[in-house]
Write a protein that binds this ligand. Structure first.
Ligand SMILES: Nc1nc2c(ncn2[C@@H]2O[C@H](COP(=O)(O)OP(=O)(O)OP(=O)(O)O)[C@@H](O)[C@H]2O)c(=O)[nH]1
Ligand SMILES: [Zn+2]
Length: 364
């Protein structure tokens, strides 16, 4: 056996491993100067692990976002985070009901919920960041280890190092580019970019050979499995994707970024949870909030980074979303023109588009 540290995972790799652990239901150890804690995602928690957490005889918290706490009428003393004390008789169903709003209307009374105000919320905040980045519901059990040694074989993260690390944008590796003739543009190339943090790859479709010294017609498209692939009438994504490529094809050049930020960054499973809430009468923004997410969890720095990597510094941006323009400019990409992209309105998405205009500032 070699003990060469080059073989050991670094911080980025350890965090990627922790994401996988949480998705599988395996606890992760977060270490801080005030003590270590075991963290488990509420979504993948089991009865056996909940019982084991109680066996440690320490006060156990369920960390929720401030958004979820508002729906549950629980006090979030840390602003963006609420630390709900696990009652002695709480079972797995209780944890899941707090984490998942699916049955909020059928079973409205979860409380009274006791939330903590003393001590630090640092590990709770990190636990929720990890759960979100694993595309799980943002709810996690936080079990202080106290004098107990962490169980063997668990991924261990230094919280002080991980928090700033998670807020930075992972560098992208350009993997490969190749020609893909498209219906709308025979001269097209697909570029694949892979984030160094082990998260999903993103794609750039380059139409023609745009001059890098001029503003390029560009679209930052966020993945929408239901709209892009299934032809869902519940949103306008499919027609927007098609129309953007058609316009680039007609002009002979352009660049479309296909960012794998499904569901405005919450992942497809959570987007379907949001759709189920919309079936109960909530709009697209309310549904995200009830789940514990912000309206939009996407990181558009990614788009700016890919444009810069391809050599573009200025764009004519196909969008109705002013936030995308602001984010591009904030990252040093000049937006010389907004090109409106109004297609695909149906009787099923009329309310969705209206909500985006009213609540998220989209231009009509
Ligand atoms: N969470 C959530 N995501 C949704 C919903 N409907 C569509 N989406 C996602 O929203 C994103 C739409 O992205 P875009 O069309 O690129 O962005 P946009 O903010 O609407 O801006 P423009 O289309 O550029 O005007 C996709 O990732 C979809 O999967 C919804 O009801 N809830
Ligand atoms: Zn869509």
């Amino acid at each position: 056996m070699t003990s060469d540290p080059a073989f050991s995972p670094d911080l980025t790799e350890t965090i990627a491993r922790a994401r996988g652990d949480l998705r599988m239901g395996v606890p992760v150890v977060l270490r801080a100067p005030e003590g270590a804690a075991l963290v488990m995602a509420a979504e993948t928690l089991t009865e056996a692990r909940l019982a084991a957490a109680r066996g440690l005889a320490r006060p156990v918290d369920l960390a929720l976002t401030g958004r979820r706490a508002t729906t549950l009428r629980a006090r979030a003393y840390d602003g963006d985070i609420a630390r709900v004390a696990l009652p002695p008789d709480a079972d797995l169903g209780w944890v899941q009901a707090l984490a998942d709003p699916a049955d909020d209307l059928a079973r409205p009374m979860k409380g009274p919920l006791e939330t903590r105000r003393e001590g630090s919320a640092e590990l709770h905040r990190l636990a929720l960041t990890l759960a979100k980045s694993a595309r799980l519901l943002p709810a996690a059990l936080v079990v202080p280890l106290g004098e107990n040694a962490p169980p063997g074989g668990l991924t261990t993260i230094d919280a002080g190092l991980a928090a700033p690390h998670l807020s930075r944008l992972a560098p992208l590796e350009h993997v490969i580019s190749a020609r893909v003739p498209l219906k709308h543009a025979e001269r097209a190339r697909l570029h694949i970019f892979r984030p160094e943090d082990g998260s999903e790859e993103h794609y750039a479709v380059e139409i023609g050979k745009p001059d890098r010294d001029k503003p390029v017609l560009s679209r930052l498209h966020s993945a929408c499995f239901t709209g892009d692939l299934l032809g869902s009438l519940k949103c306008d994504c499919g027609p927007q994707l098609n129309a953007a490529l058609a316009q680039m094809g007609a002009e002979g050049e352009g660049v479309l970024l296909y960012l794998n930020q499904e569901g405005r960054g919450i992942g497809l499973a959570n987007k379907m949870r949001a759709y189920a809430l919309q079936d109960q009468g909530f709009d697209t923004v309310e549904a995200n909030h009830r789940l514990g997410f912000e309206d939009d969890e996407r990181d558009f720095r990614l788009g700016a980074q890919i444009l810069a990597r391809l050599g573009f510094g200025a764009v004519r941006l196909l969008t109705n979303n002013p936030a995308k323009i602001a984010r591009m400019e904030g990252e040093g990409i000049v937006v010389t023109e907004r090109v409106a992209l109004k297609v695909g309105e149906t009787r099923f998405n009329h309310h969705y588009l209206e909500t985006k205009a009213k609540k998220s500032g989209h231009l009509l």
